[in-house]
Write a protein that binds this ligand. Sequence first.
Ligand code: FES
Ligand SMILES: [Fe+2]
Length: 341
Amino acid sequence: MRYLRNIWYVVGWADEIGRDLQELRILDEPILFYRKTDGTSVAIGNRCPHRFAPLHMGRLEGDNVVCGYHGLAFGTSGICVHTPNANGKIPTRARVKAYPVAERHALVWVWMGEPERADESLIPDLSYLTAEDRHRVQGKTLVVDAHYELYTDNLLDLSHVQFLHGDSSGLDFLDPMRHGIEQVGSGILSKFEYGRALPAGAFRPFVKDPTLRGDFWLHIKWDAPAVMTLEVGFRQNGERAFIAKNTHVLTPVNDGQCRYIYCGTRDWALDDEEADARVRAWHRKAFLEEDKPMAFLRCRSDPGAAHAVRHDRPRRGGVGASSASGPDRLSRGRRSCSTAR
Ligand code: FES
Ligand SMILES: [Fe+2]
């Protein structure tokens, strides 16, 4: 499968990388993640160049990784720094790939392209995650069985919210939804707005008058390939009632799986543990019980659907002609659906 390479990908939350050796697969490459003794994170290839043993089954000695099979040791730049054999003579090609890593906004990011092009200023601005006037309710990173573009599609098209999540969220929409798209820097902002709505159930305890209708909005910002911030806002009598900012990031593991990194942030009730519990319950309900079966398992139940769509497309040049991108895209979708569980 082809991926965007010269770009930062989120690996997970900073507190999910420690002094233990972890293999995490990103863009179908097995990568070893750990922290050095000074606390900075490291990413190197996880296959020993000697007999291809997984290095995460070895051990750390200071900042070096010692392969558990025959004892070669590798430094944080991926170069072999010690061999217990061959009279200590290290073969020049004994090295694994080293990946640039950055830590920003409580997240660990890895650069999967040409190392010399790794520029930390290209990391999307998610500074609200660590803003002092916000509280973060972080979910544990999940590995889910779906192509990352299916998740992206689900998140960017929020017209499903009032139907799929209407009961669980307690949203009450009176006016038809208005939708607009804007380019913001190198990202896209997709805006869903509703007038004369009641505040969603989870937010009712925190607004002045829960029976007063106001303006409700869902704005989702997308940065390639799949870093998204969902702003959920409500205004009563022209006065801002609340703005929640939620992070949704999908990092491809392979053709049929992705890492899902998500969290909610709020700028009210900062120390309210009950509010945290409600957010966690909502995440479980919305993502696992509502989005997952509807949005990610949809093709699996009828794999022929994708085939039918493919042949319904109008084509120039008669039967058999195809655009360069269409069939590739659809065939990717079919592969992802067949691996969903
Ligand atoms: S496979 Fe790693 S040292 Fe032999
Ligand atoms: Fe959803």
